[in-house]
Design a protein around this ligand. Sequence first.
Ligand SMILES: Cc1ncc(COP(=O)(O)O)c(C=O)c1O
Length: 481
Amino acid sequence: MSVLQQISPNVRNTKPSECTVLLRRSSQIKEELRRGVRRAYEKVIDVYWGDSHQTGVKPLSFVRQVLAACVYPELINSDKLPVDVKQRAQSLLRECARGSVGKGSCTAAAGVPEIVHRISEFIMKRDGGAPSYPENIYISPGSQWSLMNILKVLVNSEASPRTGVLTPVPCYPVTNLSITALGAVVVPYYLSEGQGQGWQLQVHELHQALESAKETCNPTALYVINPGNPSGHIQRRKSIQEVIQFASEKRLFLLADEVYQDCIHGEKSEFVSYKRVLAEMGPPFSDTVELASFHSVSKGIMGECGLRSGYVELVNVDPAVMKHIHILFSKDGCAPVLGQIALDLMMNPPQPGDPSHPLYHMETQHIRTTWVHNVKRVCEVINSLPGFCCQPTEGGSFLLPRLYLPPKAIQKAQEVGMQPDMFYCVKLLEEAGVLVSPGCEYGQKPGTHYIRFCITTPEDIREEFLKRLTSFHVQFMKDFS
Ligand SMILES: Cc1ncc(COP(=O)(O)O)c(C=O)c1O
């Protein structure tokens, strides 16, 4: 029997992303441009990913300096680094096995114990003192890695009916892929696209999704993304309370993906964690609702996707289940030590009075104000274009404007076998050298179309992006009207 025939049906059921063609074409065009092939543009503006460093945002000096000194401790003796950077690197190295970031195999399964401890202190401070225990925290190579481990515990691949997991529409697609690969069923619930008030999670949609799943699976978990990707909404306390009540009533394990908690750009917006709201609700909720909350260095001010580091905190999970979770994280070995250090620096940035604080403050303020300006400016321009409507967002790294495509464009897309918004994105890439992703990648209501792009870019990239998008879009609408 060939290996192909032996591939698990669950893995076989995972469909390739709609965007494979788009990404492949983008790589070809970038390569052609490198070879000097002439096109209407000299560079592709790539705002497909939420990777701010890729779009040109500079990494934070403090983070890179400490990392550099940890990798090459000779730097600690040089006069090139601020004194607090050297001290931080020294104390972190003392916590690493044999004082080296290369001795990863010796660190505990959950992560370097002192770092795990500081994460729990960070969480407590963030959540107004709600208790957090280091033994409930696991560091992993990225939050999706942790999520996969928790899903492995929640999904019974031999059960009939199969395990179901409620996930939002639109949704970060990797999560749905992980659920399917484990043999569970994705149970979609729609986020509501408010008329000018942004996206929202409404509990009646959760009820509806659960009702519709009755015949096909046994839902055991509810996945939420707050702040949202790609929707950019931030849930208010009341909305989180409603979701917690729902999870409690329906006995669902809550998976709170909070990797964008530091990406806030709404004027009066505030991130409140699920953990905090749960603690504030008091008994019976605070000591019964099972929760896993995820965070990561990939997003926000850090933007260190390449370092692959995140953590999960577990709340109210049965000790017997925790034992299995521990085994799963132990099996993986420890997360990359450099990533763990980045996580530590994210939790404990320089404080006023530290030599690195003025530069750190300036760099982070610059990034935050650029986000706010970008969202405002891009929304204004997009909303001034025919056939586009962009909801206001409060957080996250993306905008998701709705596209009202002319019937002729939809028909043309059908003729070439593409989803209409994919057709738009392919043309935008070919003709204007702008790489964005189509809404069909994230799930959307039938008959609606979107594009998504990252807004954590420097200003010059934002302006070039808007110039190219505007002239392409106007021509596109004319061509297909
Ligand atoms: C909602 C969401 N969760 C998780 C991730 C990935 O996080 P990590 O790099 O820590 O695995 C992303 C990345 O885009 C995301 O949008």
